[in-house]
Write a protein that binds this ligand. Structure first.
Ligand SMILES: [Zn+2]
Length: 375
């Protein structure tokens, strides 16, 4: 697993670089083909004739085709720009592996592939499995999202190979994520000669931003965070344009939809100048009810494997697991690497825990394959 992790981390794969993504995809294709004895289907990309579109992901469909598969989901893109390897190459010290994407989530992919290979080696056959790897999760899955949803709808359950929460805890719930870009249109004028001729878009937007606060819930469960703003053209011009981006997190679908309506209403009531809202709900929440069945099986699997139960957590970040849950599919997330520092320079994976995580994924896949999907 360590050799494969080295190979995969050493092929940089920023979401925005199609050439690098394609190269990393072929490294993963070789690793998976060697381990599983079968070439994957290369999924359609947003490829243009110039080759500057996002390449499609990979899918290994294994085992009996007549039965709904257990879906294993991951992504090969990372948030790290090309060249990160030069100052932070793949490295192992004691039981810590470091390098861009080592925790989010290349170790999870390696563990998942080895889990299936080991299952085949022990039983002589594959359970019904779909191993799906996307290429644009870190930018909101514009290409991979619909594919994840489609496979989730057809699957027995979804196991998401994203990195674990602290200490290896599984992720039984994720908040939902919405984002908005609100822009206000005013009228430009010279700030010294005739300021009264102008309509100040910045002042109008500022009034709106301070009121957005009241949409967040007092207990901190639902958050509304203005994140980026811009206005104006020069130092002495009344700004004719201003815009702000808003990040919204909500614990359940009802809260997420309620907040979407409340935000639109607040803007309509507050803005005095013409405005536009783009964006909306991006990922619905992964709610605890979606995870309950697989979480119970995971608990039993830890016992059977003689491993200490690491607990499970609800987290604020989103993943493609949100999409699996939204498809009504039993879903458990955080089944990938034990480590930490996702999206941070100190990102690391505990390599001593890689075998147990692979064993867990293998056990869960086999268990789910042998159980009918609950009505
Ligand atoms: Zn990830």
């Amino acid at each position: 697993m360590l050799d494969d992790l080295d190979g995969l981390v050493s092929a940089e794969s920023p979401s925005s670089d199609p050439v690098a993504l394609r190269a990393c995809r072929s490294v993963l294709e070789d690793i998976g083909t060697r381990l599983l004895g079968k070439r994957p289907t290369v999924l359609p990309g947003a490829d243009s004739p110039g080759g500057d579109g996002t390449p499609g992901g990979l899918l290994w469909r294994l085992g009996p085709a007549g039965r709904p598969p257990v879906l294993l989901v991951g992504h090969l893109d990372t948030v790290w720009p090309l060249g990160t390897l030069r100052h932070r190459p793949f490295d192992v010290r004691e039981s810590r592996a470091t390098g861009p994407g080592v925790f989010d989530m290349k170790a999870g992919l390696v563990q998942g592939l080895h889990a299936l290979a080991a299952l085949h080696a022990t039983t002589g056959a594959y359970p019904s499995v779909a191993f799906l790897v996307t290429t644009d999760e870190e930018v909101g899955s514009p290409l991979g999202g619909p594919v994840v949803t489609q496979w989730a709808e057809e699957s027995r359950a979804a196991l998401v190979l994203e990195g674990a929460a602290d200490g290896g805890a599984l992720k039984h719930a994720r908040k939902g994520w919405s984002f908005y870009d609100i822009s206000v249109a005013g009228r430009a004028a010279h700030a010294g000669l005739d300021p009264h001729q102008g309509r100040n878009a910045l002042v109008d937007l500022a009034g709106l931003v301070v009121r957005l606060d009241r949409l967040a819930s007092a207990d901190g469960e639902t958050t509304v965070t203005p994140t980026m703003a811009a206005a104006g053209t020069t130092q002495n011009t009344v700004p004719d344009r201003a815009h702000v981006t808003i990040d919204v997190r909500a614990p359940d679908s009802a809260a997420q939809r309620g907040l979407d309506a409340a935000l639109r209403q607040l803007v309509a009531e507050t803005a005095e100048l013409p405005y536009e809202i783009s964006g909306g709900i991006n990922r619905p929440p992964l709610e605890e009810a979606h995870a309950r069945e697989v979480l119970g099986l995971a608990h039993a699997a830890f016992d059977r494997l003689g491993l200490r139960w690491p607990g499970s957590a609800r987290v604020g970040g989103v993943s493609d697991g949100n999409l699996c849950a939204a498809a009504g599919t039993p879903t458990l997330d955080g089944l990938g690497a034990v480590g930490g520092g996702a999206h941070a320079d100190h990102e690391w994976t505990d390599i001593a825990r890689m075998p147990e995580r692979a064993a867990l994924v293998g056990q869960l896949t086999a268990d789910l394959d042998s159980r009918p999907r609950p009505a």
